[in-house]
Design a protein around this ligand. Structure first.
Ligand SMILES: Nc1ncnc2c1ncn2[C@@H]1O[C@H](COP(=O)(O)OP(=O)(O)OP(=O)(O)O)[C@@H](O)[C@H]1O
Length: 287
């Protein structure tokens, strides 16, 4: 059974089509959402989180139809953890105070159980020693981790994370991957970090102009670029991108390889760049 599904879901803002009619079903595991700025990632995450009503279609989370009405939406929300792209923290609160406030909003009425839970999520993001510090005094990366902690309260069946690794240092990113990869439910995260996708995701959705252009595993995505990335002293003619690597050789994505170049293994970034370059144009705005 799927944890969440979109069935013919679209979202338009005035004349802008942020999400074209989309049907997709999510199972347990980590799903990465890749796409350029303005592709529709945040829109899709906000729709699934029930923060935003769709223009058309049906959204179901953990067996509850978000789009069916208030009562069903509340039931779905109890099973969703959501990290927005930007989190505004109430002024003057400590890290623990903030988590307690969120847990109360999430209806954790039993104080002892609530305190155990907020301690647990604080430890998960390695802020166990910073609980009594004021949020304003935490570093940007620590605040991001605190924001992730609030989404983890109650071990939601569907965890939705909008660019969770923004502002995290490499160690913290690796540690977050370890945490997310070990969760039992469905994790849907948007990111601009293609390394996060290759290191963590069971499934990748590439979205562009409000449309899912690719849906498959990391190996499937890499296969789309097989034989199309070259390294050599000269760049490929008509390449999508070329750059000089640390070895002094030029890496070319797509195009016609020079005779003195050789094929190299593609990365998720290479496959993504090729998908982007081959997308149909002139979509996203109602004529
Ligand atoms: N509240 C809004 N009102 C009008 N247009 C909006 C609104 N929110 C988003 N859009 C538009 O919808 C489209 C998709 O935006 P969205 O924020 O979902 O993209 P994104 O993929 O998350 O981008 P980014 O990587 O920059 O965060 C864009 O064209 C954006 O300008």
């Amino acid at each position: 059974m799927s944890t969440a599904s979109l069935d013919g879901v679209s979202k338009t803002y005035g004349r802008t089509v942020a999400l074209q009619p989309t049907t997709v079903s999510l199972q347990p595991g980590v799903v990465g959402l890749l796409g350029p700025n303005g592709a529709g990632k945040t829109t899709m995450l906000r729709l699934l989180s029930s923060a935003l009503p769709p223009s058309s279609g049906r959204i179901v989370v953990a067996g509850h139809e978000v789009t069916a009405g208030h009562a069903e939406r509340i039931e779905a929300r109890r099973r969703i953890g959501y990290l927005p792209q930007e989190v505004v923290f109430p002024r003057g609160m400590t890290a623990l105070g903030f988590l307690d406030y969120i847990a109360v909003l999430k209806e954790w009425k039993d104080a002892a159980a609530r305190h155990t839970e907020i301690r647990r999520v604080l430890e998960l993001v390695h802020l166990g020693d910073s609980g009594t510090r004021k949020v304003a005094r935490l570093s940007g990366g620590q605040r991001r981790r605190l924001a992730i902690a609030q989404a983890l309260i109650g071990s939601p069946e569907l965890l939705i994370l909008d660019e969770p690794t923004t502002g995290l240092d490499p160690e913290q990113r690796a540690s977050l991957r370890g945490l997310l990869g070990g969760l039992p439910g469905t994790v849907l995260l948007s990111t601009h970090q293609t390394e996060d996708v290759s290191a963590l995701c069971d499934r990748v959705l590439v979205i562009d102009d409000g449309l899912i252009r690719f849906d498959g595993s990391v190996p499937d995505l890499l296969a789309t670029a097989a034989g199309r990335v070259h390294l050599g002293p000269t760049g490929s003619a008509g390449a999508v991108q070329t750059w000089k690597t640390g070895t002094g050789l030029i890496r070319s994505v797509g195009g016609h390889p020079a005779p003195d170049s050789s094929v190299t293994d593609p990365s998720v970034e290479d496959a993504y760049l090729l998908l982007r370059a081959e997308r149909p144009r002139e979509q996203g705005v109602i004529p």
